[in-house]
Each structure stands twice: as structure tokens, then as C-alpha cells.
Design a protein. Structure first.
Lengths: 62, 131
């Protein structure tokens, strides 16, 4: 399951974002969604999931 | 005459979300336009202009207009030094940023058709959106 964790520091109102469970660079799509609201890219880290290649499994017809 | 302070490092990229966040802060009447004049508490027009404005009427009897000017990245606040220290409060921008963040999270949750849970951890507000 995909997850986005938002952390708000109540002392400053600052928002940080962490994206989980999305393999490959497609997590950039969600980062861009957040950037549209924040005006700048959120603080995030690219975990091993970001570097994982997404495998396309072809359909097999019998 | 209280001077206006600008905060170029604080950016609210989405105008609709900013307006909603201002509502959440208790300012239900928000004017939108382009290069709107700002007025001080004497009714004097100030040299600064803004594109989203809360008129002083809605802030307090001796307040100045509150403005947000459009920049390349979004809307940045223009607040009178007096109001920041009194009527609005020193933590007004913190409250506004927090409300803006919460509205942003709501909007993203709807866009991804996810569900969210909110907790507090080490004094921080954590909202997890699963989809």
C-alpha cells in the first residue's frame, strides 16, 4: 500500500513530506503534486524504493 | 504609522488553499484581485499593493489591511508591524501555515482517494495518507 506521511511542526507551521511504497521515479509524481501546493519541492528522501526498477510483466495468452 | 513587513520566504502557492486557510484562521471575508491597494488604520492608502487582502475592518478597529502579494512562486504575506505584534499575534503566520498545510493534506488525500490518520509524535503533527 502506498503512503504519504505529512509532518507539521506546530512551532513553525512547516510541512515535511515522506513518500513510501511507491517504486521507481513515479513517486516524483506525488512529490510534484505536493509542490503545486507548497511552491517548492517538499523535503523528502529517496529510499531504496525510489531506485527500484518497476517490472512490466507482460500478459500471457494461452 | 506602522510599516509593512514582507516575508518572501513564506510562500502559499495555491490561492484557493490560501483563502481557505485564512477562513480557518477566522477571516471569512477575503478580497481577491490584482494589485489591490492596502490601507492603514487611518484609512490612508499605503504604497504597498497585494492580490489577496483581508481588510482591516475584519481584523480590528485600529488594524491595517493584511495582504498577500503574488510572486513567481505563489503568494507572500505583507503584514503591518503593528498588527503582527498585536491584533494578529506573533504566531499568526505559524497558524496560517499550519492551516494551509492541513488544507493541502486534505486536498491531496482527496486527489489520491486515500484515507488519513492523524497522530501526535514528539510534539509534531503526523498525518498518514494511505491509498
Amino acid at each position: 500500500m502506498k503512503e504519504i506521511t505529512f509532518t507539521i511542526d506546530p512551532a513553525t507551521g512547516k510541512l515535511t513530506v515522506h513518500i513510501h511504497g511507491i517504486k521507481g521515479p513515479s513517486c516524483t509524481e506525488y512529490s510534484k503534486m505536493v509542490e503545486d501546493y507548497l511552491g517548492k519541492a517538499p523535503e523528502s528522501e529517496n529510499t531504496a524504493e525510489f531506485s527500484a526498477k518497476v517490472q512490466n510483466v507482460g500478459r500471457v495468452r494461452s | 504609522m506602522s510599516k509593512y513587513l514582507s516575508f518572501p520566504d513564506i510562500v502559499f502557492a495555491d490561492k484557493w488553499t490560501l483563502v481557505k486557510a485564512l477562513h480557518d484562521c477566522g477571516y471569512s471575508v477575503v478580497e481577491e484581485g490584482h494589485n489591490l491597494p492596502l490601507f492603514g488604520y487611518h484609512g490612508d492608502q499605503r504604497p504597498e499593493t497585494a492580490d489577496v487582502v483581508v481588510r482591516r475592518t475584519w481584523i480590528g478597529s485600529v488594524s491595517n489591511d493584511l495582504g498577500f502579494a503574488k510572486t513567481d512562486k505563489g503568494y507572500t504575506p505583507i503584514i503591518s508591524e503593528y498588527d503582527r505584534g498585536s491584533r494578529l499575534g506573533e504566531d499568526f503566520l505559524v497558524k496560517l501555515r499550519t492551516n494551509y498545510s492541513l488544507r493541502t493534506i486534505d486536498a491531496i488525500t482527496r486527489r489520491v482517494r486515500g484515507s488519513s490518520t492523524r497522530t501526535e509524535e514528539s510534539g509534531q503533527i503526523k498525518i498518514r495518507v494511505r491509498f
